[in-house]
Design a protein around this ligand. Structure first.
Ligand SMILES: *[C@@H]1O[C@H](CO)[C@@H](O)[C@H](O)[C@H]1NC(C)=O
Ligand SMILES: *[C@@H]1O[C@H](CO)[C@@H](O)[C@H](O)[C@H]1NC(C)=O
Ligand SMILES: *[C@@H]1O[C@H](CO)[C@@H](O)[C@H](O)[C@H]1NC(C)=O
Ligand SMILES: *[C@@H]1O[C@H](CO)[C@@H](O)[C@H](O)[C@H]1NC(C)=O
Ligand SMILES: *[C@@H]1O[C@H](CO)[C@@H](O)[C@H](O)[C@H]1NC(C)=O
Ligand SMILES: *[C@@H]1O[C@H](CO)[C@@H](O)[C@H](O)[C@H]1NC(C)=O
Ligand SMILES: *[C@@H]1O[C@H](CO)[C@@H](O)[C@H](O)[C@H]1NC(C)=O
Ligand SMILES: *[C@@H]1O[C@H](CO)[C@@H](O)[C@H](O)[C@H]1NC(C)=O
Ligand SMILES: *[C@@H]1O[C@H](CO)[C@@H](O)[C@H](O)[C@H]1NC(C)=O
Ligand SMILES: *[C@@H]1O[C@H](CO)[C@@H](O)[C@H](O)[C@H]1NC(C)=O
Ligand SMILES: *[C@@H]1O[C@H](CO)[C@@H](O)[C@H](O)[C@H]1NC(C)=O
Ligand SMILES: *[C@@H]1O[C@H](CO)[C@@H](O)[C@H](O)[C@H]1NC(C)=O
Length: 530
């Protein structure tokens, strides 16, 4: 039958709008994508309940797609759609595809039931373009931290809205630092970009209700720095020994890595992160600083200054004395301390381990390198130390001071009264530096003897006499003598134990006693006879 004639009454019906719009369809809106299929679902459970069922397309004019007469199982298909539709004979749901942009519009389902009631349903198809070629582009090929405003634009083919991801999380624009252009949101503006902003990586998602497309992960290197410049000095001391080695190293946080340069007293020394100066000399003393430069950000920073002073270490320190021979009470000594190498900044003198302090007798030169002790005494003898100090080391020398004195306190010791043939030892001693020599005399006659101890074996009476010992200091030439009287008694000459006087006393006492007793007896006899 003639297709156009067949449609006339239905068209009129539709135009009249007489038909009740029951829920013939599951929804009134549907979206499809170019190239894909769309299915218009119905609420019809069985087509046999109807006399006829028709799908139309209404855009500018109403165009029939398919009419189905269930009773005769006849279908009338618009040939323009023939290859693009399929339908379900039970539910009469219609699948259309592949979709074209022109398919967008109203689709009308018109039915006539067995009671000749007309029912229609209407659904709007929106045909979306597929999402392809999602891309992020940047206004800048590279950015500089805090200086650049980066604008990322997301482009895609198709119909969609945009979403952004920062790493795996949704990107949240704060409205000041990061902004998204409303309402589409395909432009992300980052002002004063920070180094971490675009490391995401950033992904743009273009999507519509049916599909979405992701851009390739986008990242942009944001140059930054240099900052946090740090200098290490090895060794860390600011005063260094001549001949030692100095290593200076520099680092800075920067992308791209900073160019590092070392400056010495304001002039460039080396274009390197590490400077090693072996075998330091005085001329290496000065101010070292490191400069970091980032060519991309065009920023420079300068480190703190490392001030270094190279000094010669003190060595060969020695003490020299003005006088080699010192005599107590008579000599004045001048000790001078000097270092063969290096310059001392301070000098310290010690005697033993006690620091020497100035006194009227102990005088230091202005530079403390000379020590004068006026009129030395024996108590000044001992070990003197001079310590030379500078910023890099201490060197010391010692000097043993000998004070010649004496003899003093000369003594002669020994037994004074000895018996015949007894051994006798007479010792002579004196305090003296250096030790004294001795000469002896007996009764003013010089003896052929020069030892400290004079020994007489088996003394004879002729050994008695006055012994004189003279102590002589060979350096000071001073001498002192002492005398000692020795008496040797002859054998049997004296009763052992009692002296002559004592014996005489006893004899007299006994005689007196005898006389008294005799007198008493005589008197008693006289009185007895009367
Ligand atoms: C889309 O519809 C066409 C024609 O009806 C059909 O040949 C094709 O298989 C369908 N594709 C899908 C994915 O359903
Ligand atoms: C038609 O739809 C019904 C119900 O959804 C289903 O059971 C049946 O298999 C469909 N027929 C065809 C040919 O797709
Ligand atoms: C992305 O996230 C990082 C933290 O994970 C943040 O520092 C950065 O600013 C974010 N980027 C943007 C553009 O918001
Ligand atoms: C960032 O992009 C560069 C190329 O532009 C690539 O080589 C690098 O792997 C990317 N990094 C990340 C984390 O995606
Ligand atoms: C200094 O460096 C030289 C090599 O340049 C090395 O031979 C020497 O041992 C170093 N001196 C010190 C104190 O480290
Ligand atoms: C090193 O720096 C100090 C102060 O920072 C300055 O007084 C001195 O003159 C400088 N030395 C040289 C050799 O430039
Ligand atoms: C950073 O911005 C300032 C002005 O805002 C400009 O003068 C300077 O040249 C910029 N730096 C770089 C490296 O582009
Ligand atoms: C140190 O001085 C003494 C004299 O006081 C001298 O004999 C000695 O050689 C000197 N030593 C050096 C290393 O100069
Ligand atoms: C002490 O010094 C004086 C003069 O310097 C000298 O004449 C005298 O002999 C000295 N005395 C001793 C004990 O050396
Ligand atoms: C000690 O000796 C030094 C160097 O020989 C000299 O400069 C100084 O004047 C002397 N001091 C005295 C008190 O003799
Ligand atoms: C002194 O005594 C020594 C031995 O002790 C002897 O050799 C020397 O001849 C003596 N000298 C005199 C002058 O008697
Ligand atoms: C020393 O003199 C005393 C008396 O002055 C005398 O008894 C003695 O024998 C003398 N000794 C010698 C060895 O001459």
């Amino acid at each position: 039958m003639d297709f156009s004639n067949f449609w006339v009454p239905l068209l009129i019906l539709a135009a009249l709008g007489c038909c009740s719009q029951d829920s013939m369809l599951l929804s009134d809106k549907i979206k499809g994508i170019i190239g894909k299929n769309v299915t218009f679902k119905t609420t019809i459970t069985s087509t046999t309940d109807f006399l006829s069922i028709t799908w139309h397309f209404n855009k500018d004019k109403v165009v029939p797609i398919i009419t189905f007469i269930p009773s005769t199982n006849t279908k009338n298909i618009n040939e323009k759609y023939a290859s693009r539709i399929s339908y379900n004979t039970t539910t009469f749901e219609l699948q259309l595809g592949p979709l074209m942009k022109e398919d967008e519009g109203e689709y009308i389902l018109s039915t006539v039931n067995l009671n000749a009631d007309q029912l229609t349903g209407q659904i709007h198809l929106e045909v979306l373009e597929p999402v392809t070629d999602v891309k992020i582009s940047s206004n800048l090929p590279e950015a500089i931290e805090f200086n650049s405003t980066v604008i990322l634009t997301c482009t895609a083919k198709g119909s969609f809205t945009y979403r952004w991801l920062n790493g795996s999380d949704p990107l949240v624009a704060d409205g000041t630092h990061t902004k998204l252009n409303p309402p589409i949101g395909n432009e992300l503006t980052i002002t004063e970009v920070r180094r971490t902003d675009l490391r995401g990586p950033i992904v743009c998602i273009a999507e519509n209700a049916l599909e979405s497309g992701r851009s390739a992960p986008f990242n942009l290197t944001v140059s930054y720095g240099p900052e946090k410049i740090a200098v290490t000095q090895t060794p860390t001391d600011s005063f260094l020994k001549k001949g030692s080695n100095l290593t200076l190293s520099c680092s800075a946080d920067s992308d791209p890595p900073a160019q590092l340069r070392w400056m010495f007293n304001g002039a460039e020394l080396l274009q390197n992160a590490i400077v090693t100066i072996p075998n330091l000399e005085e001329k290496h003393s000065g101010n070292y600083s490191c400069v970091a430069y980032n060519a991309k950000t065009n920023r420079n920073i300068v480190s703190t200054v490392a001030s270094v002073t190279v000094l010669e270490a003190l060595s060969g320190t020695n003490i020299s004395s003005s006088t080699s021979l010192l005599i107590s009470g008579n000599s004045t000594v001048n000790l001078t301390c000097s270092a063969a190498v290096g310059k001392a900044e301070s000098v310290e003198w010690l005697k033993g381990s006690t620091p020497l302090t100035p006194s009227p007798r102990v005088i230091f030169s202005a530079d403390k390198k000379s020590l004068t002790i006026v009129q030395v005494g024996k108590e000044d003898a001992g070990e003197y130390k001079c310590q030379m100090k500078n910023k890099v080391n201490i060197d010391e020398a010692s000097y043993k001071m000998v004070i010649n004195y004496g003899p003093e306190n000369v003594k002669l010791d020994g037994k004074k009264d000895v018996k015949f043939e007894e051994d006798v030892k007479i010792s002579c001693s004196a305090e003296s530096v250096p030790p004294s020599t001795y000469t002896w005399k007996l009764n003013n006659t010089v003896m052929n003897f020069s030892q400290a101890i004079y020994v007489i074996e088996k003394a004879k009476v002729t050994d008695s006499g006055t012994y004189t010992c003279k102590a002589i200091n060979p350096i000071t030439k001073m001498e002192k003598e002492m005398t000692f009287k020795l008496a040797v008694t002859e054998v049997g000459a004296v009763d052992e134990g009692l002296s002559g006087g004592a014996i005489a006393g006893i004899v007299i006492a006994v005689l007196v006693a005898v006389i008294i007793i005799a007198c008493i007896i005589k008197r008693k006899r006289k009185s007895g006879t009367e």
